[in-house]
Design a protein around this ligand. Sequence first.
Ligand code: BG6
Length: 468
Amino acid sequence: MKFAKDFLFGAASASYQVEGAWNEDGKGISNWDVFSKIPGKTFEGTNGDIAIDHYHRYKEDIKLMAEMGLESYRFSISWPRIIPNGVGEVNQKGIEFYNNIINECLSYGIVPFVTLYHWDMPQVLEEKGGWINKETIDAFLNYSEVCYKAFGDRVKHWITFNETVVFCGLGYLAGAHPPAIVGDLNKYFQATHNVFLAHAKSIELYKSLKQYGEIGITHVFSPAFSIDNKEENIIAAKHANEIDTNWYYDPILKGEYPKYVVDIIEQKGIKIDWTDEELQIIKRASDKNDFIGLNYYQPQRVMKNNMDEEVERNRENSTGAPGNPSFDGFYRTVKMNDKKYTKWGWEISPEAFLEGLRMLKGRYGDIKIYITENGLGDEDPIIEDEIVDIPRIKFIETHLKAVKNAIEEGINLKGYYAWSVIDLLSWLNGYKKQYGFIYVDHKNDLARKKKASFYWYKHIIETRGEDI
Ligand code: BG6
């Protein structure tokens, strides 16, 4: 089977991880500009001040994407570059920059797939309470309107938010992302609700503009599986899916929160400020999603938590990687001897990917799906100056095979975006953890170099994945 002509082969990036130019041309300060400079917060103190300087080198980068045959480029817009203070004045230089990116893509026939919020929030808003403050919802609505109106004549694919579970979980439970709050369940659940509401309002607004593109949200896709057939572990995995998946997908795709989690919230005495009107807006918007974006890296292997002690949660284990009890202490994720893991302890399992897609179809039906991120974080081998990232090729190949199988089973999958198009700044792992098809030489003026995977992906696109 070949992938259909309208299936998009793409690759992705995010503003803070590639752009740099953190204080140029009128850009406002973001929460990440501040957070990354707090000692001890990121790997070896790395930050996105320069990142890989995509801001100045976008032409070279997009040319390389075109050479690779990329059909679509998923990138995000930096909110503080467009509206430096979160609300109020629009920075025309910021509009110009994204116009340039979009037009450059289109000149090569590359479809721009745009994320509005990939975690870099204007610091001014963060200081006023960020996603806890309901005013941030209106500010986001205004920001999204500015973007739809400025770019919507050419951008026909929009993602409102990237991975709510990550920026809320790491921001309000693990303290590993801004605003670096630890263990605050009230704030965590409130923030997620406010984000869902902002999403709902923004897609209603988008539809009212009649730009006839498509819009959705991107979630982490990390389905939980019990480690064995013991009932207590099966219950633990169900619990994990309710908390980590259904809580995020239900309000978007069904327009309501899962009762299972709502009951837990009530039992724990957590009070979410949500009005009937807000819940109705979420309900009303749920059938306006054109697609759901899935970022799949790994599943969760789950068992009942028999440990009494909480262990430290960080980026590596709070996304479900092994060794960590859930925030409510109910279950924990474990490493299994018969599974394969990356150097950063993330399980490699295309099988769980396919199984998870089946679960998703079972719960939400035929919603259109894009895989908006999938890839291998590695330290790439360099042999005689060539970057021979064979493990990445294997990783993407086996996951594309799962995508193919899913399509053959009738799952409505319309595109695949590898993470990432080019080596970039990993939020907490600096430049050590590489994901790209294009290498960036930090010892040589950020020079770009094609990896083995670059040529391989080009071939896959040219042949529409026939050999997979
Ligand atoms: C996803 C994010 O969570 O995972 C990306 O959307 C991120 O922005 C990617 O870079 C990989 O994460 P990490 O921590 O390995 O860089």
